[in-house]
Design a protein around this ligand. Structure first.
Ligand code: ATP
Length: 199
């Protein structure tokens, strides 16, 4: 599995549709300061479901949409499309090529799609989490982030190991199941109250 192409449209400084074709192995993005190198990495996090505007170096999520320049008007939407080569079947989906896209309108809200089919953020997260390239997998190491790993508390370090070992997905599922159990218990209690009143 490897990242094959990344297309940005209206994302940060990439007003026009721009596609980066990637090859297996190492890819280096070079360019002058402020030319948009980090924006490419932001696009990668964003399409994989990043929800934190700060992680994307903005104040609010809307800041990912091209804000305009002296010669070009702002745009109303941002779109990023990531194509992954899945010929080795690393992603749990029956396609040799998988396309994940995320679109956001200035009016708010994000739309996600897998291979052109609209889906939920959770579907994208679940698809990627087993592969180790999900949003929270620390596969994207930003500037200064190594320092924060070195300064992490033992609990935070444990979190990194759990993510790497694929425990995070199951922990989230467990939390969801426990919430459902709680809600069911509440319903049962309410039902018992009704039954007691009827007797
Ligand atoms: P450096 O080498 O200094 O880290 P870089 O190549 O990584 O720079 P980026 O941080 O990716 O550069 O890009 C910064 C540029 O992106 C700035 O010129 C900024 O104005 C522009 N930019 C960021 N968000 C938007 C947006 N929403 N609309 C238009 N331009 C944007």
């Amino acid at each position: 599995m490897y990242l094959k192409t990344l297309t940005l449209r209206g994302f940060k400084s990439f007003a026009s549709s721009t596609t980066l074709a990637l090859e297996p192995g190492i890819t280096a993005v070079v360019g002058p300061n402020g030319s948009g190198k980090s924006n490419v990495v932001d696009a990668l996090s964003w399409v994989m479901g990043e929800q934190g505007a700060k992680t994307l170096r903005g104040g609010k999520m809307e800041d990912v949409i091209f804000a305009g320049t002296a010669g070009r008007a702002p745009l109303g939407r941002a779109e990023v499309v990531l194509t992954i080569d899945n010929s080795d079947g690393a992603l749990p989906i029956e396609y040799a090529e998988v396309t994940i896209s995320r679109t956001m309108f200035r009016s708010g809200g994000s739309e996600y799609a897998i291979n052109g089919n609209t889906c939920r953020l959770l579907d994208v997260q679940e698809l990627l989490s087993d592969s180790g390239i999900g949003r929270e997998m620390h596969v994207i190491v930003g500037q200064g982030q190594l320092d924060s790993v070195l300064r992490a508390t033992p609990e935070e370090r444990r979190g990194f190991v759990e993510e790497a070992a694929g425990v995070l997905k199951h922990r989230k599922r467990k939390e969801k199941a426990l919430r459902k159990l709680d809600a069911t218990q509440d319903n049962l209690t309410r039902l018992n109250d009704v039954l007691t009143e009827l007797r």
